[in-house]
Design a protein around this ligand. Structure first.
Ligand SMILES: Cc1cc2nc3c(=O)[nH]c(=O)nc-3n(C[C@H](O)[C@H](O)[C@H](O)COP(=O)(O)OP(=O)(O)OC[C@H]3O[C@@H](n4cnc5c(N)ncnc54)[C@H](O)[C@@H]3O)c2cc1C
Ligand SMILES: *[C@@H]1O[C@H](CO)[C@@H](O)[C@H](O)[C@H]1NC(C)=O
Ligand SMILES: *[C@@H]1O[C@H](CO)[C@@H](O)[C@H](O)[C@H]1NC(C)=O
Ligand SMILES: *[C@@H]1O[C@H](CO)[C@@H](O)[C@H](O)[C@H]1NC(C)=O
Ligand SMILES: *[C@@H]1O[C@H](CO)[C@@H](O)[C@H](O)[C@H]1NC(C)=O
Ligand SMILES: *[C@@H]1O[C@H](CO)[C@@H](O)[C@H](O)[C@H]1NC(C)=O
Ligand SMILES: *[C@@H]1O[C@H](CO)[C@@H](O)[C@H](O)[C@H]1NC(C)=O
Length: 537
């Protein structure tokens, strides 16, 4: 907590002062917007307690607290006219109704982890509906289900499940400060993916606020909308108030490991081999690769590959399975630790060994940096020559983290049209490339250079990644994939990025959009536009 406060105060000082001012006409509309809010919300929980405008002393603090990427935070020169920090569902409903009525663009934020900052920036006057206060989690072990509000983090969810059971869990993100609202609606994956699929594969109901401010559930929204918000990005369709999830069963003890290998220790051969093995291992085993360039001690550079593993079972059994399936890694008992599932989430989130599980309740990301992220899907093996290309590109960059996440298992059993999330059985693995930099490397002034480095690496991997389209993961949002502008309506542009994110599911998503939000109120740079009437023929 201490770390997070000090990071934030540094940011507050360095923020640029060229914040654009509201024109007097907007002010007139804005007053009507503010007057509209109490009329449409529950008087027992005054919405005035939830409204922050730039004159409130905590406005800038709350704005920045959940702006996860310093690149997007510090390059944004505009501020919302207001942040509505909903304290009651009716506050979220009122925000939608009044923003629509008075013509204000709306941005919805839960955890603020959007890689392009779309939940807290916009090029047109806007208001933010901030969901972080709505974070209740109601776990019912008897029915093995839970209702989880949008503002809860994955860390809170894991903690609340563990409070009631050590043999239940939920397949969701590795990072524990990610907000359920955004995270689930793009899929949501983590180390239980090969066993149980994505978060959305275990969502059984939802509460969604539509463009008229009504709260819909699965029955009243209908199966098409329920299909769309699972993987299609809920932000195009409404505001997620809560999700109802089905818990999954896990053994009381699980095993984790972390094994590092540098290029000099044969990492190229091992990574080549991992590609063949990891997607085919028993579902109980998940082995992510986390790759980073490091100095090798003699003025040279190398790549360090961490094999980070999770096994739903005990160490002895894991070692047997690894000796059969992946003996080349040489996994030993001493590399492994047995723990409960919730302790393994602490391990995956990168907290030091021995951290108490209370760290899961820290809702705000610490150690924010400047970053640019891209994603790729691989349907065929990267040949060794392709791996060499990746190493070279990585070693040219001071700080980059590449993660390779194996598919297969449960991901292979679910069809591409079951939910809006399309990337299923054809894929061997998904890759994240995250270029990182800090204030000392030029901060915001170094953005163009680092973004170009990420593009160069991405171009270098083109021959090996998926193609036609080159698929991308919505939760790893990347505006290079395409953007129609913050309030655009161009269907042709949307089809371009939409096809990369959703392939054939894009047209169905646009059809659902035409049904639930034909006026395109829920709109951002990469939202789903309504299907034009002519395009249906
Ligand atoms: C450090 C870090 C680690 C990550 N780890 C993982 C991981 O392990 N697995 C994984 O799958 N992804 C991961 N991600 C990606 C993450 O899932 C996405 O960025 C996700 O969109 C974040 O959700 P959020 O609510 O925190 O973000 P926000 O920035 O608040 O929202 C993201 C998007 O969802 C929309 N949105 C937010 N709340 C709502 C709502 N209530 N209703 C409708 N729309 C809403 C926003 O408008 C925005 O478009 C990670 C990201 C970061 C920064
Ligand atoms: C507000 O905008 C309207 C037209 O949109 C214009 O007629 C009016 O003069 C503007 N008022 C102010 C105070 O700028
Ligand atoms: C914001 O400032 C206004 C005016 O000073 C005040 O009435 C209101 O209570 C403040 N809002 C919050 C949430 O503190
Ligand atoms: C967004 O675009 C629509 C349609 O082009 C327009 O009517 C609306 O005023 C725009 N909204 C903002 C906030 O610019
Ligand atoms: C360090 O890196 C250099 C150049 O990449 C390489 O030639 C050398 O063998 C490496 N040394 C060690 C100890 O790994
Ligand atoms: C964590 O610490 C415990 C005891 O201090 C040790 O036995 C275990 O091996 C450590 N685990 C890891 C993954 O470092
Ligand atoms: C944050 O950074 C500090 C200092 O580099 C480090 O000690 C700490 O482990 C980091 N915390 C997390 C959660 O990554």
């Amino acid at each position: 907590m201490k770390a997070s406060i000090s990071t934030i105060s540094i940011v507050l000082i360095s923020v640029s002062l060229s914040i654009s001012l509201v024109t007097s006409n907007d002010t007139v509309d804005f007053d009507s917007f503010l007057r509209c809010l109490p009329i449409h919300s529950n008087p027992l929980v005054p919405i005035t307690d939830a409204i922050l405008t730039p004159t409130n002393s905590s406005f800038e603090y709350i704005y920045q607290l959940r702006a996860s990427n310093l690149r997007t935070l510090l390059s944004s020169t505009s501020r919302p006219l207001a942040i509505i920090t909903a304290l009651h569902p009716s506050h979220a409903q009122a925000t939608v109704v009044c923003a629509k009525r008075h013509g204000f663009h709306l941005r919805i934020r839960s955890g603020g982890h959007d890689f392009e900052g779309l939940s807290y920036t916009s090029g047109v006057p806007f208001v933010i509906l901030d969901m972080f206060n709505l974070h209740s989690i109601d776990v019912d072990i008897e029915s093995e289900t839970a209702w989880v509000q949008a503002g809860a983090t994955t860390g809170e969810l894991y903690y609340r499940i563990a409070e009631k059971s050590n043999v239940h869990g939920f397949p969701s993100g590795v990072s524990t400060t990610v907000g359920i609202g955004g995270h689930f609606s793009g899929g949501g994956y983590g180390f239980l993916m090969r066993k149980y699929g994505l978060s959305i594969d275990n969502v059984i109901d939802a509460q969604l606020i539509d463009t008229n401010g009504r709260i819909l559930n699965r029955e009243s929204m209908g199966e098409d909308v329920f299909w769309a918000i699972r993987g299609g990005g809920a932000t195009s369709f409404g505001v997620i108030l809560s999700w109802r999830i089905k818990l999954v069963r896990v053994p009381p003890r699980v095993t984790v490991f972390k094994v590092p290998r540098t290029l000099e220790q044969g990492a190229t051969e091992l990574v080549y081999h991992w590609q063949q093995v990891a997607p085919k291992l028993p579902k109980d085993i998940f082995i992510r690769l986390q790759l980073q360039p490091i100095n090798n001690g003699s003025n040279g550079r190398t790549v360090n590959v961490l094999f980070i593993g999770h096994f739903l079972g005990k160490t002895n059994r894991l070692i047997q399975l690894m000796n059969t399936n992946f003996p080349e890694l040489g996994l030993q008992g001493r590399d492994c630790s047995e723990m409960s599932l919730v302790e393994s989430t602490v391990f995956w989130a990168g907290f030091s060994n021995g951290s108490s599980i209370e760290v899961l309740l820290n809702k705000v990301r610490v150690n924010r940096s400047f970053s640019k992220t891209k994603s790729d899907y691989y349907k065929t093996l990267i040949p060794k020559q392709g791996l060499e290309t990746l190493w070279e590109a990585m070693m040219e960059i001071k700080d980059i983290m590449v993660q390779m996440n194996p598919y297969g298992g449960r991901m292979e059993e679910i069809s591409e049209s079951e939910t809006a999330f399309v990337h299923r059985g054809e894929n061997l693995f998904m890759v994240m490339y995250m270029v990182l930099w800090s204030e000392s490397e030029g901060g915001i002034d170094a953005t163009a250079r680092h973004v170009e480095l990420s593009r160069r690496l991405y171009r270098a991997m083109a021959p090996y990644a998926s193609s036609n389209p080159r698929e991308a993961f919505l939760n790893y949002r990347d505006l290079d994939v395409g953007s129609k502008g913050c309030n655009g309506t161009d269907f042709a542009i949307a089809k371009e990025y939409g096809t990369k994110y959703f392939r054939d599911n894009f047209i169905r998503l646009a059809g659902v959009k035409a049904m639930i939000d034909p006026e395109n109120f829920f709109n951002n740079e990469q939202s789903i536009p309504p299907l034009p009437v002519r395009a249906t023929h």
